[in-house]
Design a protein around this ligand. Sequence first.
Ligand code: N2P
Length: 370
Amino acid sequence: MAGKFVGAVLVAAGLMAVAGQVAAQAQEEKVLNIYNWSDYIADDTVKNFEKETGIKVRYDVFDNNEILNSKLAAGKSGYDIVVPTAQWARLQIDGKLLRKLDKSKLSNLKNLDPAIQAKLAGIDPNNDYLVDWLWGYTTVGINVNKVKAALGGMPMPDNAWDLIFNPKYASKLKSCGVSFLDSPSEVLPAALLYLGKPAYSKNAADYAEAGKLLQAIRPNVTLFSSSGYINDMANGAVCVALGWSGDINIARQRAIDAKNGNVIEVLVPKTQAALMFDTMAIPADAPHPNNAHLWINYILRPEVHASLTNKVFYANPNTASLKFVRKDIAGNKTVFLSDADKQRMAAPEAVPADIRRNITRIYTKFKTGL
Ligand code: N2P
């Protein structure tokens, strides 16, 4: 008797929970809160989504993973869509900060390149939480004429990283402006790769060596920036930057549009550089998860994904979009890397908390010059 009663209560509770979910979905207010990187979207992406769905988008920007991660870790960010780089998303999945995707709502997943999905599955098994937004790599950008002039008679190095990590070059380039990304988790992997170490080393001794390298070149760094450096490159205030591939191509395009004579170039290192996959994810406590799925599925449309690449010069993971990508961009090997370049570059890997603390400590010492 008692058993039957408990059973009935459980069934009733289950039904109520399902009904509650359906109601919540039906009642989800027509709002979507997005937190994405700056300079990372086309002009009409939000507008078209709003027009089509009647959902009002609030769109905020950040320019490094550390900022996004602390917002998520603090909880109740209010965001429905965030765009962490894959290795950071792994930590956020482990910390239960992200919500599993409901793939039944993402019919356009079929457009994605299986090779990129497989690469991401190394971080997010079965692609349960993350969908790639765009991808690129961390590298060196130059103002061709200013760099040549500052180097005097010295020939360009064969290894692009020498320009920023070898004092022989960097001390000369200081006069025309040397910019570094303002993010521990971007600077340390680049320094490690220059030293021939793994980008995501778990070995404290490797970091000590990278710290020494950074101390030695600190006097030559004139700017720390993860977003403003795009305009500084475009207008000639900075002649060499440790930056992201697409951003440097945006600077190139802005200089062309301004007809200011600055020739900006993205260098593809012949040694290793870090690949970077920025992924759409839904925070565990997102207030509008249903709208978030609508957004992800919208971005995955071939024309929409292509329009992002056409605006910001980052490669997208959407095979079906390629026919909508501008010919000159689709054929640009600094945007869509050749297979050989892609193979050589370092794939993302999450690093444990003690190493992350070490990275932050070394970076802070570097930046403050103490
Ligand atoms: C966009 C920078 C995104 C690349 N401006 C860094 N993950």
